[in-house]
Design a protein around this ligand. Structure first.
Ligand code: ZN
Length: 160
């Protein structure tokens, strides 16, 4: 069966950046199951998988525009340490969920100067070209329930 809209696709993948450093991988974990056409994968990867079939292996290079977007200036803000009350001791590189005018976003602490904490709302992978090494393990029609929920259910059949 070929990957098309409303199929559930199960893949093994390894994600590396342009320096060849591994950022994420399904190796040693459960493979990733997703509902094709639902926009749950980054657009460049989802479109590259379209039409492929079980057992195929491919390398996909995704430019930032089709991944997490370009790095934008103006997404930095300086907030007070008090805003992080209840959080563990702050360090550069820590990530938090924060509500912004664009909804909930992950922000990264990029600087700490006394009481002033600089956070950046760019996605940590913004501006990066991503390389995926993907193996398609299984392609099957989505169930009615999966279509209704807009996501794939785990290979183990977990309901959510
Ligand atoms: Zn569900």
């Amino acid at each position: 069966m070929q990957i098309a809209k409303d199929t559930v696709v199960i893949i093994d993948y390894t994600l590396t950046d342009d320096e060849g450093q591994t950022l994420d991988s399904s190796e040693g974990r459960e493979p990733l199951a997703y509902l094709h056409g639902a926009g749950t994968l980054i657009p460049g990867l989802e479109s590259a998988l379209e039409g492929h079939a079980e057992g195929e292996q491919m390398n996909v290079t995704v430019p930032p525009e089709e991944a997490y977007g370009n790095h934008q200036d103006g997404l930095k803000a300086v907030v007070s340490q008090e805003q992080f009350e209840g959080a563990p001791e702050l360090e550069v590189g820590m990530q938090f969920q924060a509500s912004t005018p664009d909804g909930m976003r992950v922000v990264t602490v990029v600087g700490i100067d006394g009481d002033d904490v600089t956070v950046d709302a760019n996605h940590p992978l913004a501006g990066q070209t991503l390389n995926f090494d993907v193996t398609v393990r299984e392609v099957r029609p989505a169930t009615d329930e999966e279509l209704e929920h807009g996501h794939a259910h785990d290979p183990g059949g977990q309901q959510h």
